[in-house]
Write a protein that binds this ligand. Structure first.
Ligand code: PXP
Length: 239
């Protein structure tokens, strides 16, 4: 399966927000990522708006020509933003108000009724809905029971353990992905994926539909430039 690269541009917004004005230009960056070959743009507006601001979202929606993926915790404000924007995909993430970054997936069993309701609300507006989950078979089954279209595996632990034992690090993802394929769920993945660990992940999960990558792409762009970096990540996904 061809795996889409969706570039998470939160870190570019963070840099912009460190000064007044619009430099670097977040919107031009998104357009350039697409021009250089990215197949999607991901944004994760958080309640404190420290990276993506709510006002950025309609502008990005109007200029992204690939797929816009909006990630976040489904607070009432977030749901309203998503329904006003109508992105191609919305990824629901259970992150608390003050977390540095998302660090675990949904308990899809405990939150099943709540997720079913949010998933149905977004799907009725034509939005593909993905649930951020840890690579655990029961969480995949729970996600399926909410009627979500996709799951996004949290790859933070994989990335941490990859350098010690890649095979062991990816094993839970392989097992959970097999279950997802059986249930007909699309498989996305994200968090701490980078040029060292991405190709191995892709080779272990052949049915990977999309990866969303932000931190490493922006950090690598400091050395190689964003055009080169997108080519380098696309190359890792060639399989
Ligand atoms: N997926 C989710 C749900 C996230 O919260 C993030 C970080 O915002 C990512 C993917 C991308 O992670 P990274 O910035 O480490 O590539």
């Amino acid at each position: 399966m061809k795996t889409r690269l969706s570039v998470n541009i939160n870190k570019v917004a963070l840099l912009r927000n460190s000064r007044l004005g619009n430099y670097p230009d977040l919107f031009q960056f998104a357009k350039d990522c697409e021009h250089f070959g990215a197949q999607g743009i991901t944004i994760h507006p958080r309640p404190d708006q420290r990276h993506i601001r709510y006002t950025d979202v309609p502008v990005l929606k109007s200029l992204v020509t690939t797929e816009l993926n909006i990630e976040g915790n489904p607070t009432p404000d977030f749901i309203k933003l998503v329904l006003d924007t109508l992105p191609a995909q919305c990824t629901l993430v259970p992150d608390g108000e003050n977390v540095l970054t998302s660090d675990s997936g949904w308990d899809t069993i405990q939150n099943k009724a709540y997720l079913q309701e949010v998933v149905a609300q977004l799907q009725s507006s034509g939005i593909r809905v993905s649930l951020f989950v840890d690579p655990i078979v029961d969480m995949v089954i729970g996600a399926y029971e909410t009627s979500a279209d996709c799951i996004e595996f949290y790859t933070g632990e994989y990335a941490k353990d990859y350098s010690i034992n890649p095979e062991k690090a990816v094993a839970p993802h392989v097992k959970a992905a097999e279950e997802a394929v059986k249930l007909g769920l699309l498989i996305n993945a994200g968090h701490d994926l980078n040029l060292k660990n991405l190709a191995y992940y892709k080779s272990a999960i052949p049915n990977l539909a999309e990866v969303s990558i932000g931190h490493a792409i922006v950090a690598d762009a400091l050395y190689y430039g964003i055009e080169n970096v997108i080519q380098m990540y696309l190359h890792q996904l060639k399989g």
